[in-house]
Design a protein around this ligand. Sequence first.
Ligand code: PEP
Ligand code: MN
Length: 258
Amino acid sequence: LIGKKNHEENKIIQIGNLKIGSGKAIVIAGPCSIENEQQIDAAANIVKKLGGHILRGGAFKPRTSPYSFQGLGEEGLRLLKEAGEKYGLPVVSEVMDTRDVEMVSKYVDILQIGSRNMQNFSLLKEVGRTQKPILLKRGMTATIEDWLMAAEYIAYEGNEDIILCERGVRTFETYTRNTLDLAAVPIIKNLSKLPIIVDPSHGTGRKELIRPMTKASLAAGADGVMIEIHPNPCEALSDGEQSLNFEEFHILMKEINH
Ligand code: PEP
Ligand code: MN
């Protein structure tokens, strides 16, 4: 369903006036986790002001340790929706559990499936039965074929509004958190009609690599990027080391918009 047949047009996903996959790259930005009202409001304000298109924020966090901050849950989604409405930005957040799909759908414009759940087939089927666009992140050990088949599960249930997101894969390299596979971008463009964006924050784990990898992603033909930003990354409750502060985000936005 999502494969590219001869001369078939690429899929464009429309959210309000925003078109994803139309040739103009989009920027999704926001904190790793929604922490409180001031934090998400400040992030939404800067995303809007600098010309970003979509606000991100995690409310259900797939943390490696059960003792790490797990996210604010439904209260976080409420804060995210409120900030999105206040600044006129669509919002995206991760859903981790089939039991939460209906509830999360009430708050977000795009449902995110995280790397760790890319082959959670029950979850893929459940979101496939919704009408919401799905942001499907590549599993950290998934081949491109595995990833496209995961997207196929969603499409098979009736929902073909799927945005793929390259976020790096596990390799022997330890300098970076993951190895960002930018070749996946043109490969996906050849194999599939779906839009693909890149997440250089999780893809590298290091804030100094976000700017060059964002530019490389766009040069490779990505339909957009997703970037973690935080008003004070040193105090972030998750992923501060891969989050830009607002000044750094400003520099990046100036650079990609000329
Ligand atoms: C995220 O984007 O919030 C996230 C947890 O990323 P990933 O699933 O790619 O690790
Ligand atoms: Mn994160």
